[in-house]
Ligand binder design. Sequence first.
Ligand SMILES: [Zn+2]
Length: 82
Amino acid sequence: MGKIIFWLIVFFVALLVLRLVNVANSRSARGEAPRRAKTKDTAMTRCVNCGVYLPRADAVDGPRGPLCGDAKCLPGQTRKRS
Ligand SMILES: [Zn+2]
């Protein structure tokens, strides 16, 4: 009986080790590139007109600074509001 329990423990420890190795491999395989892309994508900037925060990639360069790209914030569209 003791031998069966011993081999069961060996079996589950082997499964646990295989699972840990598998998780570590998959984490290192996709760990580096997405993290770099994420920090680039999540760089935030602020619209100088309405103050909304948006990703730098979506910002429009205006004369006073980044704009959110909304119709009321774009330079040529300010006349329509008044
Ligand atoms: Zn804006």
